[in-house]
Design a protein around this ligand. Structure first.
Ligand code: IMP
Length: 425
């Protein structure tokens, strides 16, 4: 398999974990490049769900090496717990999980800061996962962040950590919030330091060697294009570059090594948290929640739901260089009489085919729909493209046409085998 970047082409939760799991079979290394434990990738192995937050989904295949790159912000105590959870399920990570020493740390005061900011914003809140992601990236950009390599130099780390924690505790107390217990958190961090130490290395050098020796790399994006700090629906975004460019800086590799960019989309659209969502439909939310789906993997929050928006997917294809699509959750639409696809927006008296940069304009865009006859067939047991109902194939062809990328994978259920690969003719 060539070197591939996989990105979400919507607002996250596109089903990336499952497609990564399928693609991992052909990859030697799987690399996380951005985000933190705000991500939640659910993968099913032998019918059992596994939710991974920081560790690349490749870890579930024994032959694959997993790398957490410099662009990730990681909670060391959370990461230790995630590895221990895998060990309990019989998955060992020794010698096949490497973490960049440059990765910035999410520390206990980041979580309190996240909650404080959200509470202070009231109606204008972002609806974050409250995992401390924004404040950790904020410290990184403000050049006061602490990295994994700092954690390994304990005396220097404790000095800087104490100073930052004390400064922030003053703010927390002023706002009637529980201050961080500095000594207790240092004990927990010391345990995580010892546990993680054997996995820490210069991952840019390691990845360079892997590329030179012809290994195949899969870069696993977290969140989605419209949560990107630059290209998303700012300020209702996460604090990292979730697009293909971000994968390169977040891993420390050159874009010239990339052969393909896979965009993952649901056959409809979902979003967690606040912000504009032109094709949102409350009846679709009721439909999916009634089926027991579309609840957040990290926070359990109900996802907002709407029709598939190809203005968005086209924009995502452009920004990321997507040449292949993986369409997931097609089976969620199996019972619909009519399936709608947004192909353009009406903005005032104009019809536009591009994604407006100003979210106030996006918020008043009216979707222009093309309607498709529903297939009214249970697709979850189908294993070949030719066996799909004609109506479903027509819908998929339209997705490819409006997005400008070929559909290479189709997913019709959570299990590995509920995936149809569509070969090039
Ligand atoms: P944060 O990343 O926790 O700061 O949250 C910022 C926004 O991104 C919120 O709207 C979250 O719901 C959203 N978000 C963050 N991570 C994910 C994810 O993995 N899937 C879907 N939405 C996410």
């Amino acid at each position: 398999m060539p070197n591939t970047i996989l990105v979400g082409a919507q607002w996250g939760d596109e089903g990336k974990g499952k497609i990564i799991d399928v693609l991992t079979e052909r990859a030697d290394l799987v690399v996380r490049c951005q985000g933190g434990n705000n991500a939640g990738h659910t993968v099913f192995v032998n019918g059992k769900p596994h939710v991974l937050h920081l560790i690349p989904s490749g870890i579930l295949r024994q032959s694959t090496v997993s790398v957490i790159g410099n662009g990730v912000v990681l909670d060391p105590v959370g990461l230790m717990a995630e590895i221990q959870g895998l060990n309990e399920r019989g998955v060992t990570v020794d010698g096949r999980l490497w973490i960049s020493d440059l990765a910035h740390l999410v520390l206990p005061y980041h979580r309190v800061l996240d909650a404080l900011k959200e509470n202070q914003m009231g109606d204008r809140k972002i609806g974050t996962t409250r995992r401390g992601i924004g404040p950790a990236y904020g410290d990184k950009v403000a050049r006061v962040g602490l990295r994994l390599l700092d954690l390994l130099k304990w005396d220097r780390f404790t000095e800087k950590y104490r100073a930052l924690a004390e400064e922030r505790n003053t703010l927390f107390v002023q706002n009637d919030l529980e201050p961080v217990d500095i000594d207790r958190s240092l004990d927990e961090l010391a345990a995580a330091r010892d546990f993680l130490r054997p996995h820490v290395r210069n991952t840019a050098l390691f990845l360079d060697e892997a590329i030179r020796s012809g290994k195949s790399l899969l870069f696993e994006g977290a969140q989605g294009t419209f949560l990107d700090i630059d290209h998303g629906t700012y300020p209702y975004v996460t604090s990292s570059n979730t697009t293909s460019g971000g994968a390169m800086t977040g891993a420390g590799v050159s874009p010239t090594c990339i052969d393909s960019v896979v965009g993952v989309i649901k056959a409809y659209t979902t979003r967690v948290g606040e912000g504009p969502f032109p094709t949102e439909q409350s009846f679709l939310a009721d439909h999916f929640h009634g089926m027991g789906r579309e609840f957040g993997a990290t926070t359990g929050r109900k996802r907002r739901c709407g029709w598939l928006d190809t203005v968005m997917t086209r924009h995502a294809a452009m920004i990321n260089g997507i040449d292949q699509l993986a369409v997931t959750n097609l089976d969620g639409l199996d019972t619909m009489d009519t399936v709608r696809l947004c192909t353009a927006y009406r903005l005032g008296d104009r019809e536009i085919g591009f994604y407006p940069t100003d979210i106030d304009e996006l918020a008043v865009c009216e979707p222009v729909y093309r309607d498709f006859k529903g297939w009214k067939t249970d697709t979850s047991g189908i294993r070949r493209l030719e066996d799909l109902p004609a109506e479903a194939r027509t819908y998929l062809d339209a997705i490819a046409e409006y997005t400008g990328a070929r559909v290479s994978w189709l997913s019709i259920g959570p299990a590995r085998e509920q995936t149809i690969e569509i070969p090039m003719h």
